[in-house]
Unconditional design. Structure first.
Length: 74
């Protein structure tokens, strides 16, 4: 982490959408084709997508807070 620090970049939001869409489309395919063995996959991917969303949203809030704080001080 210290060697490669994570910093917020708006481009990361482009990775969150496909995670959610993969979860949703896998769920619908599982239901339409009655593939019950796929049941854990959409749940796991929903968790991954939600985690990514929360991390990015908190990173965005931190970046905005930093920006507002420096703008107010200047």
């Amino acid at each position: 982490m210290r060697r490669f620090p994570f910093s917020y970049d708006p481009m990361y939001w482009g990775a969150v959408f496909p995670l959610g869409m993969y979860a949703a489309s896998t769920l619908r395919m599982m239901q339409a084709m009655e593939l019950g063995f796929l049941h854990p996959l959409p749940q796991v991917m929903f968790g991954v997508g939600l985690t990514a969303w929360v991390l990015l949203f908190s990173g965005q809030l931190r970046a905005l807070h930093r920006q507002w704080r420096t703008a107010g001080a200047g």
